[in-house]
Design a protein around this ligand. Structure first.
Ligand code: NAP
Length: 280
């Protein structure tokens, strides 16, 4: 019988997960389908219970439901520490929650830069994605600085980590001396904010003048693939650039493995996402 997977969120129509997972199922000749379901926050609990009752095998959870969904699943220890889930597996009969965003980010980073232990990493943002990324990077032994527009959220996140500091980002980034100072020290800059995401395509929190040539710039926004931050990074001639598609594919691949116990066809998933983004 065909297995059913899907993604819940609000909005969700923009999600590239259906195209990515359906390409993977096709490549692996699996009798599975992946669908998108718009679920308002108020109906989240009903949706998770309903998915289980309908025999749906697994779901991804996207904004703005990742934190709230934790209350309706039996989450693994990492997801509990992060405080959010993005994947639910129903194969045991109970909804079990995982957070594969952090796994996806660290795989994308390690593929490009190798070992990150001891590296100085500046993370912009303190929302759901930043929390998952920061948790994995901190656990890998990097020195983390969280920089966020709302400083209080940066402080709260840094407090949960073992080796992290927090700063607030001012409204005029070009005059933000603290941000400039942190960028000079950073080996890796990660944009984990939604600044630069479609339709806000001409926004960046860091411009070329603030970057140094040995910096690695990792963007997690994937629509557009070439964000303003990445254009600035190319202009500055930085050492390495990693776009948001990599993390999207690796977090999806980790969910695929949790659900199917099979090796995900990563190259096929990446091609499906990059092709779909050409028409966005
Ligand atoms: P979120 O929980 O809503 O957090 C948004 C973060 O961005 C907050 O830290 C917010 O700061 C900051 N922010 C938003 N607009 C800003 C601006 N104009 N200037 C400065 N800071 C700004 O969102 P999220 O779930 O973490 O997602 C963040 C981005 O990552 C989204 O674009 C999402 O699509 C992307 N993402 C990508 C992947 C992937 O696999 N590539 C995975 C997950 C998420 P405040 O705290 O001050 O509001």
């Amino acid at each position: 019988m065909e297995k059913i997977y899907g993604i819940i969120g609000d909005p969700v129509a923009h999600s590239l997960s259906p195209v990515m997972h359906n390409a993977a199922f096709g490549e692996c000749c699996m009798d599975c389908i992946y669908l998108a379901f718009r679920v308002p926050k108020a109906e989240l609990e009903d949706a998770i219970k309903g998915a289980k009752s309908l025999g749906i095998d697994g779901i991804n959870v996207t904004r703005p439901l990742k934190e709230e969904a934790l209350a309706f699943v039996d989450a693994d220890d990492v997801a509990k520490k992060i405080g959010a889930i993005n994947t639910i597996d129903f194969s045991s009969g109970l909804p079990v929650g995982y957070n594969t965003d952090g796994i996806g980010s660290i795989q994308a980073l390690r593929e490009s830069v190798g070992e990150i232990k001891g590296k100085n990493i500046l993370i912009l943002g303190a929302g759901g994605a930043a929390m998952a990324i920061a948790f994995y990077i901190d656990a890998a032994g990097a020195e983390v600085t969280i920089a966020n527009r709302t400083k209080e959220r940066a402080v709260q996140l840094a407090f949960k980590l073992t080796n992290a500091a927090a700063i607030g980002i001012g409204t005029d980034i070009k005059k933000d001396r603290e941000l400039e100072k942190q960028l000079k020290r950073a080996d890796i800059l990660i944009n984990a904010t939604s600044a630069g995401m479609y339709p806000d395509v001409n926004t960046t929190l860091v411009n070329a003048d603030m970057m140094h040539p040995d910096l690695v710039v990792f963007e997690i926004v994937y629509n557009p693939v070439e964000t303003k931050l990445l254009r600035e990074a190319r202009r500055a001639g930085v050492k390495q650039i990693i776009d948001g598609v990599k993390m999207l594919v690796y977090q999806g691949a980790a969910a695929f493995k949790i659900w199917t116990k099979e090796e995900p066809p990563i190259a096929v998933m990446e091609t499906a996402v990059r092709n779909a983004l050409r028409y966005k």
